[in-house]
Design a protein around this ligand. Structure first.
Ligand SMILES: [Cu+2]
Length: 178
């Protein structure tokens, strides 16, 4: 009888301890979730200023600018813009790095590659548009300072539907292709 009683007693103690431990784990779990939730909130509240940017409909990745060689007062910026649904159009940009921001493309002209200003760059619905060397690019005309490799340049893109999207372009070496 005594043995049964004692075993029963130990079981109760054990169960109580397990319960307490379980409660503690649950509290810790809840705390962890709260921390994650708060962190997520904070990160989402910070305006999108990064190399990559995302809106409800657009995803911008791999953005970069090229370092400006000596005596050159213009620079170029590149990126990949993906539509996650609707079509959109990049209709312009602004940057503290230059006084005359323009959207450009390259055209073949008698065997020569020439740059030409465009009004907009289309992003087809569900498609991908690349701003890349030899194609569409952001043109920084009238640089306010040199574009130095290793530094960054802030750009605010303007889309017809998505509106303004801020992005920071890392500056890579002058002939960088991606
Ligand atoms: Cu250009």
């Amino acid at each position: 009888m005594t043995i049964v009683k004692e075993v029963g007693f130990f079981c109760v103690i054990f169960e109580l301890k397990t319960l307490r431990l379980w409660n503690r784990i649950m509290i810790m779990k809840r705390r962890a979730f709260t921390i994650i939730a708060v962190t997520t909130l904070i990160f989402n509240a910070i305006p999108t200023v990064a190399q990559d940017a995302k809106t409800v409909n657009l995803e911008i990745t791999g953005a970069f600018a090229r370092a400006s060689p000596k005596m050159v007062s213009a620079g170029a910026g590149f990126m990949t813009i993906r539509s996650l649904g609707d079509s959109d159009r990049l209709i312009g940009f602004s940057s503290p790095a230059c006084t005359q921001p323009e959207l450009h493309t390259h055209v073949h002209d008698n065997g020569m590659m020439r740059m030409r200003q465009v009004d907009a760059v289309d992003i087809p619905a569900g498609g991908v548009t690349k701003l890349e060397p030899g194609g569409f690019h952001l043109m920084f005309i009238g640089l306010t300072g040199k574009l130095v490799e290793g530094e960054t340049v802030d750009v605010t893109l303007t889309f017809e539907k998505a509106g303004m999207v801020s992005i920071t372009l890392p500056i890579k070496k002058s002939g960088a292709m991606n």
